[in-house]
Ligand binder design. Structure first.
Ligand code: HEC
Length: 249
């Protein structure tokens, strides 16, 4: 007990002796510490601010540009063009371009008569062919359920965006956005047939324009002759083909 008091007493004195120096040291430390602390606070605030704001800034303009440009570029282009009806487009279709475009289709289809089914069914005589009807091809349930037949208009809609027109189709092709290209292609597909379906009429919508079906097998010359691209007379050729008879599909 006594030893402790003797020790603490001088220590206390020692402390009080150098109290002013020590207080200055503490004071300095406090000031430096405060500065350091505020520096650290500022640093961490700016780091946090960077972490919060820096990634946001580039992300916003990036998205804005992407979102704004793409739809306006494609959507307005196709919307403001006001896509003409398929009949009108077929009238000025370019078969050669259409034929060239079928190369894309050929990765999955054959076009020639009696050609084999590949990833997709053979497309000989596909215009006006009942949907999902080609022998030996395993169509998707969606394609079978859709029903109807491949009119010019149906082909036009389907080929714009296959999965959009027939959700669930096995045809994974993305589609042809350009309406004139589709018309070129369909015009060529039409010729790949034993008995090409007459081109639908564009000009007089009040007349038989709505239903191209009745014109099909009758021998009467379609009045739409000026629609052919080259000068070759198509009506006699067509009728000859028709008279040769269509082999059963
Ligand atoms: C990636 C392969 C692929 C490409 C490319 C492709 N198709 Fe297809 N197509 C298919 C498949 C698979 C089916 C069967 C779809 C189903 O059963 O749902 C099909 C079905 C069709 C049908 C329906 C046939 C029927 O008998 O009902 C038409 C018409 C057609 N394709 C046209 C085209 C045209 C024209 C092109 C080229 C612009 C094309 N396809 C490109 C795979 C393809």
């Amino acid at each position: 007990m006594s030893t402790e008091t003797t020790i603490t007493a001088p220590a206390g004195f020692a402390c009080s002796a150098s109290a002013t120096d020590a207080m200055d040291g503490f004071e300095l430390n406090k000031v430096l510490g405060a500065i350091l602390a505020s520096c650290i606070v500022l640093l961490s605030v700016s780091l946090a601010a960077n972490a919060i704001f820096a990634p946001v800034e580039p992300a916003k303009p990036g998205f804005q540009i992407a979102v704004k440009e793409e739809p306006t570029a494609t959507a307005t282009a196709s919307k403001t063009e006001t896509v003409a009806p398929i009949e009108t487009r077929l009238a000025k279709a370019d078969m050669d371009r259409g034929k060239a475009e079928t190369k894309i289709c050929m990765t999955c289809h054959t076009l020639e008569k009696n050609g084999p089914n590949k990833v997709g069914p053979n497309l000989w005589g596909v215009v006006d062919r009942p949907r999902a009807s080609h022998p030996g091809f395993d169509y998707s349930a969606a394609m079978k359920a859709k029903g109807g037949k491949w009119t010019f208009d149906e082909l036009d809609k389907f080929l714009t965006h296959p999965q959009g027109y027939i959700p669930g189709t096995k045809m994974t092709f993305t589609g042809i956005q350009n309406a004139d290209q589709r018309a070129d292609l369909i015009a060529y597909l039409r010729t790949q047939s034993d008995n090409p379906v007459p081109l639908p009429q564009a000009a007089p919508p009040a007349a038989a324009g709505n239903s191209p079906k009745p014109q099909q097998t009758t021998g009467s010359a379609p009045q739409s002759s000026p629609q052919q691209n080259s000068g070759s007379p198509k009506n006699p050729a067509q009728q000859n083909r028709a008279q040769n008879g269509k082999s059963g599909d």
